[in-house]
Design a protein around this ligand. Sequence first.
Ligand SMILES: Nc1nc2c(ncn2[C@@H]2O[C@H](COP(=O)(O)OP(=O)(O)OP(=O)(O)O)[C@@H](O)[C@H]2O)c(=O)[nH]1
Length: 370
Amino acid sequence: MNETILKEQSIPVYILSGFLGSGKTTLLVQLIEHWQQQGLRPAVVMNELGEVNLDGQIVDSTVPMTEMLGGCICCTVRGDLGLQLADLVQEESPDVIIIEATGAANPMEILDAVTETSLYMRLELKSLITVVDAAHLSGLYQEQKGQTFKLMQEQIRCASVLLLNKTDRVSAQELKDLEQLLAKWNGFAPVIPTVKCEVEMDLLLRSGADVHVRDSASEAGKPAHQEHHEHTEACGTHGCNHGHEHTDHTVQGDDTNTDASHSHAHGHEHSAPHASHEHVMVYTHYFSHPVNSEAFEQFVSALPRDVYRAKGILSFSDTASRFWFQYAYRESDYMKITPQGEVPNVAVFIGEHFDQTVIRDQLLELEAIK
Ligand SMILES: Nc1nc2c(ncn2[C@@H]2O[C@H](COP(=O)(O)OP(=O)(O)OP(=O)(O)O)[C@@H](O)[C@H]2O)c(=O)[nH]1
């Protein structure tokens, strides 16, 4: 294939969705490696609710990355996504683009933004991959209620391929039940059970595309963007309530700034039912002093249930190296890290209507221990 033909091809775009802590970044890192091994140049759009891009620290630093921080891609920063994509294409000429949404995002909004952009740029939406935390979904399904449950359900319904991840944390029977549940909620998307998102990448990338081929009107000779909108509507018909008629997006900031910390809550209104995730709150804590590692581990293991995700980069008073810490659905993980560039000691807590002052006070107490 000569270069002229290659240049005229559209750039494949993949959307990575999934609830907070389900394994999106774990998959992203593997996808990047896969593309790089094939000699392709991937670019990433990364969106985080907090003000620091912590996940960016574990992605290969040579990969062009656009960061959309401090808000959720599907509401507060949705309008920017098109511009970011356009800049990325013009400045980096990537072979493939992957958009990792915040775990609180409604993927349909992102799908809309991408298809809108593909009206004037050569982008081709390939698939919407939703990563599902098997243990978390299993727990929520038993309770059958809550905004988180609804959001997770929506992310599942909109997917063109589903990665049922963290299967190491459920029994064989639970796994079987979950597979049936996913098939019930989304009969279109193939379900691939994984641990640490380990999957044959070609299979994953092919699987998602199948849905679009089936839904698309490409055989009828319609242009690409029309094809994607049809998928959007098709998604609406199989349960993902979503309208193209949006009300104005509103940001409900309740910012309280102190020297050491900053908190942020956000929300938005949609005309579509179930689309709201204004219940999701973020508290970002910047440390002024290193804390004791054991005391911090204890604090993390005792986090209130409403905090379902936390992550950060920390220097401890009793260890030489810095650590990348993660907490997702009652499991925590610590990894030595040498951050790229200047990174403060910071931790981000995400959850549903939790009391941020409690978290802040506990951390300030830990900082005060000599
Ligand atoms: N037990 C278990 N843990 C996993 C698995 N996959 C990922 N994890 C861990 O789950 C945590 C969250 O993984 P991430 O890939 O950062 O999740 P994410 O969806 O990107 O998180 P957000 O960006 O905050 O929404 C990390 O500590 C991972 O190591 C798995 O299959 N089993």
